[in-house]
Ligand binder design. Structure first.
Ligand SMILES: CC(C)(COP(=O)(O)OP(=O)(O)OC[C@H]1O[C@@H](n2cnc3c(N)ncnc32)[C@H](O)[C@@H]1OP(=O)(O)O)[C@@H](O)C(=O)NCCC(=O)NCCS
Length: 313
């Protein structure tokens, strides 16, 4: 029996190694392809483009990204991060989401799961996962939606997330970013993968037009920075609203609506960063406009009919 178990475990281990080598090989081939076909972008190009977009010394900025949209970036994800840090200088702060889950509910139901800010990787792509490996990083303790930051206000932004009563509400990194009058910036992504919409839901609580949170709150295991086991409350987004929410890929109509609306309102500024479209905005102006939209019947759950009732122009 024991021999069979060892054989099974060995087989799984070998399979994992083969998969790992295969993935590495595929990544190298993809990188070669991008190098051949995409425009070559250096750190100095990025610095110039970021400044032209409106990023400044001392800015406190939340950043969302797609690396491959920028072109072939010499030095990869690290170059993008270093370019931003150089523009904002040590007086500024860079915050990047480093979520570790694609499903709040599944993570909450997984009894074996334990978030560790030192070990748990992110599911949000190459730039966030590279950011996590940088020195002087601060990472918030949250089972599904942790964020990381470097710079003057990094500790303030991240230190209270596990004490916050809701994931995106009071004392969350986003609410603190609003207190600091920070900015949000995206490169190669539009306005759909941004958590500010959920900040509105958590801040409005029962006054939000739809009951988008589940009724149950789960206590999920985490390690804190002292390696102590703690439990953090998570009230998952109700999966039944996922079909109509802006992050569902079938909701291109809603994604386009928000993009056009924010450009038209003059709240989001756009520009080229490498080969990608970049955007930048004040988090508070973005949030205030979300409240206005909500009062006029528009949220990230609005149906096509509801969008038609409030045309942009
Ligand atoms: C999902 C998402 C990350 C995908 O973007 P992406 O550019 O395909 O992926 P990454 O940023 O992880 O970068 C990896 C890609 O860069 C490529 N790459 C590797 N080295 C590179 C280099 N030096 N220069 C350019 N591209 C490179 C990789 O080959 C890979 O592309 P492939 O998957 O086609 O092979 C992006 O669309 C997104 O949604 N970003 C927002 C994340 C976020 O902040 N979410 C918050 C949710 S509220």
């Amino acid at each position: 029996m024991r021999i069979i178990f060892l054989k099974g475990a060995n087989m799984r281990f070998i399979k994992r190694i083969i998969n790992f080598i295969f993935r590495q090989f595929k990544q190298i081939e993809r990188k070669k392809e991008i190098k051949k076909t995409a425009p070559r972008i250096e750190k100095t190009n990025l610095i110039d483009d970021l400044r032209a977009l409106g990023l400044k010394r001392g800015d406190i900025v939340l950043f969302h990204s797609s690396l491959k949209s920028i072109g072939y970036v010499v030095g990869g994800a690290r170059t993008v991060i270093e370019a931003i840090l150089e523009v904002i200088s040590p007086d500024g702060t860079l915050m990047i989401p480093t979520y570790s889950s694609n499903s709040m509910l599944k993570t909450c139901l997984n009894k074996d799961y334990c978030f560790d800010p030192r070990e748990t990787d992110t599911v949000l792509g190459k730039i966030p996962s590279t950011f996590l490996k940088m020195p002087n990083i601060h990472r918030s303790i949250h089972p599904t939606h942790s964020v990381a930051a470097i710079g003057k206000y990094a500790q303030y932004l991240t230190e209270a997330h596990h004490f916050a009563l809701s994931t995106f509400g009071y004392n969350s990194p986003w609410e603190r970013l609003m207190k600091l009058d920070g900015k949000m910036m995206g490169i190669g992504v539009t306005l759909w993968p941004v958590p500010i919409y959920h900040v509105l839901e958590d801040m409005m609580s029962d006054k939000f037009p739809l009951p988008v949170r589940m009724k149950e709150t789960y206590m999920v295991k985490c390690r804190d920075w002292f390696n102590k086991l703690i439990e953090v409350p998570v009230t998952p987004l109700d999966p039944k609203y996922k079909k109509i929410r802006i992050d569902n890929e079938n909701r291109q109509d809603l994604r386009t609506y928000m993009w056009k609306e924010y450009i038209h309102a003059g709240i989001v500024k756009t520009g080229k960063v490498g080969a990608a479209t970049g955007w930048i905005t004040s988090i508070n102006k973005f949030y205030d406009h979300l409240i206005l939209l909500m009062r006029e019947g528009i949220t990230i759950y609005s149906t096509p009919e509801e969008l038609k009732k409030r045309p942009i122009w």
